[in-house]
Write a protein that binds this ligand. Structure first.
Ligand SMILES: NC(=O)C1=CN([C@@H]2O[C@H](COP(=O)(O)OP(=O)(O)OC[C@H]3O[C@@H](n4cnc5c(N)ncnc54)[C@H](OP(=O)(O)O)[C@@H]3O)[C@@H](O)[C@H]2O)C=CC1
Ligand SMILES: N[C@@H](C=O)C(=O)O
Length: 262
């Protein structure tokens, strides 16, 4: 791996991914930008090359299409210059579960979970062998909150959090940093995709503030970064409560409350 590793950013044509690309370019990292809209990535790349003097490649890929996803996987598997993956591409769909079509929820799962998983899987063995590198997975606070009413989207983000925490436990001892970033409402185009006008929402975080905060967590090597959460102690308490249950799961007999009929 080079001293300043290249960064591959998925969903880099706009929103959170474009902000990550900008921030890493400012830090002097070469970039590989991935999304479907080549024109937008070319415009971003031209500006970032000019402002920062970094090298930028573009891969136009629809990450829900297996052949196009495979191209990005191969790049991550084989390009030893890439030391950081920003697994950011994701979308959301509007409506309740019974209003959403089966094909639409399957596409959502394919992008938000399968693509993210396959890209991490393509890259992790190389990083583990090198003993360095980072994988950043963009989740959402919605993954902690079925009450927010975005059930399938939230389920994909719960997957991202669990995967990230598990990978962190597996890969940190091998020198590889894994971070889950959990934004809440952030001003990007995603809200248009769920049929909402972001300008009517309250407490909306600006995308650069979100990414700058996520990068503070990145630099501190936090496993989970929740930029909008004021009290980090609440997250720690949730983890402590979860971990306190761990010794209680394995038992020969069902719990007492299930051994009576009433
Ligand atoms: N904004 C918010 O309030 C929050 C966002 N998030 C998460 O942040 C991440 C980024 O979202 P955000 O920036 O807000 O969303 P945007 O809609 O602004 O950007 C999404 C990015 O993903 C790319 N993308 C979408 N579909 C595909 C696809 N099939 N293949 C490849 N790339 C694709 C888009 O590019 P293109 O169309 O060119 O392919 C775009 O670059 C997502 O994972 C989202 O779930 C989490 C919590 C809150
Ligand atoms: N992306 C947002 C929903 O559409 C969120 O995760 O809050």
């Amino acid at each position: 791996m080079t001293v300043v590793p290249s960064v591959l950013v998925t969903g880099a044509s706009t929103g959170i991914g474009a902000a990550y690309a900008e921030r890493f370019a400012r830090r002097g990292h070469d970039l590989v930008l991935v999304a479907r809209d080549r024109a937008r990535m070319e415009a971003l790349a031209a500006r970032l090359r000019q402002e920062n003097g970094v090298a930028i490649d573009i891969i136009q890929a629809d990450l829900t299409q297996p052949a196009e996803l495979a191209t990005v996987e191969a790049r991550l598997r084989n390009d030893a210059r890439i030391g950081i993956l920003i697994n950011n591409a994701g979308t959301a769909i509007g409506g309740s579960f019974i209003e959403q079509s089966t094909d639409d929820v399957a596409r959502l799962v394919a992008l938000n979970t399968t693509a993210l998983l396959r890209l991490a899987s393509a890259m992790a063995p190389r990083l583990a062998k090198a003993g360095e590198g980072a994988i950043v997975n963009i989740g959402s606070v919605v993954g902690l909150a079925p009450e927010f009413g975005m059930t399938v989207y939230g389920a994909t983000k719960a997957f991202v959090l669990f995967l990230s925490q598990g990978l962190s436990l597996e890969l940190a001892p091998k020198g590889v940093y894994v971070q889950a970033v959990l934004p809440a409402t952030t001003r990007t185009e995603i809200w248009g995709h769920v049929g909402a006008d972001v300008n009517t929402l309250s407490n909306v975080m600006e995308v650069n503030d979100l990414v700058d905060a996520a990068l503070v967590g990145f630099d501190r090597r936090e496993p989970v970064t929740i930029p909008p959460l004021p009290d980090a102690g609440q997250w720690d308490a949730l983890q402590a409560a979860r971990q306190a249950m761990l010794p209680n799961y394995r038992n020969e007999r069902p719990a007492e409350r299930y051994r009576t009929l009433a």
